[in-house]
Design a protein around this ligand. Structure first.
Ligand SMILES: [Zn+2]
Length: 282
């Protein structure tokens, strides 16, 4: 489903579109019709078009987009903003800060993640990935998720009848296995900050120091913000020390996974399954 469509080459929102009209999908250009959904008026593809990202967009995805938009003042964030030069449609775009919020409720390949980041970067925009934890943040971590967590990326705990939770966490990942994760740390998407030139001069977990090098910005409530606050808030400083200890010791004592296949064969099997799932979702 989609919130916008092309109407004789002009963009039209489902909200203002008459029931009958010539509507085409922004992404795949196939014909659409408009209808009143349970929560919001939207366009739908007349024919099955599994290759189109908008065709497979779920109502949960749409609801999450609307929840993100509701966090901001009216007009600040636009949904499904088309970027025609790169043929992309942003889930939620915050033009003032040149940020794209991309909600991921389905699997995608690492290559698709890289392509999307590169395409938006070519227009001066940065992508903030928000991964639905009903699919991500599980015990087995796919290559695409490991890649995304190295970029600006958080998780979503989906809630249908209340505002969903957008959160960050400490985590330990070893060979595609999530060994441990901390309680959820709520992040505030409306409060981005530039990455500081330096962090507190105290020992910090590797997850924070590596993020400091890779991320250009962070959001209030996330791990970088906690590291900054740990200078003055002792419980946070203690938490940092705890995670340093876990980073140094847990991988050494963690039991190997209980798969009967050799690890190289198990990893190959996981990669094939991931590709298959991505194809089914695309
Ligand atoms: Zn389409």
């Amino acid at each position: 489903m989609a919130l916008y469509a092309l109407n004789f080459e002009k963009l039209i929102s489902a909200h203002e579109a008459p029931n009958r009209g010539n509507y085409r999908c922004i992404e795949c250009k196939n014909p659409l019709q408009v209808r009143q959904g349970k929560r919001r008026r939207h366009f739908y593809h007349i024919k099955t078009t599994p290759s189109c990202r908008l065709y497979s967009k779920s109502e949960d995805h749409l609801l999450l987009q609307m929840q993100i938009q509701s966090l901001f003042a009216k007009g600040e964030v636009s949904l499904e903003r088309p970027f025609l030069p790169i043929g992309r449609l942003a889930d939620a775009c915050w033009d003032r800060h040149k940020l794209i919020f991309e909600i991921q409720c389905s699997l995608m390949t690492k290559k698709e993640c890289e392509d999307r980041i590169r395409d938006y970067a070519s227009l001066g925009y940065r992508v903030v990935w928000l991964l639905d934890d009903r699919l991500f943040n599980r015990k087995h971590v796919r290559a695409s998720e490991i890649f995304l967590r190295e970029n600006i990326c958080y998780y979503i705990q989906y809630r249908r009848n209340a505002l969903s939770l957008f959160y960050d966490q400490f985590e330990l990942i070893q060979e595609s296995r999530r060994l441990k994760k901390s309680p959820r740390a709520t992040i505030h998407l409306t409060h981005p900050r530039h990455m500081p030139s330096s962090l507190p001069e105290i020992p910090l977990p590797r997850q924070i120091t590596s993020r400091k090098e890779a991320w250009p910005l962070f959001f209030e409530g996330d791990l970088i913000h906690k590291a900054l606050l740990s200078q003055t808030f002792l419980p946070l400083a203690a938490s940092m020390q705890n995670w340093i200890f876990l980073e140094n010791n847990l991988p050494l004592i963690a039991k190997p996974p209980k798969n009967k296949l050799p690890s190289w064969l198990f990893n190959l099997f996981c990669q094939l399954m991931e590709r298959l799932l991505c194809k089914m979702n695309s």
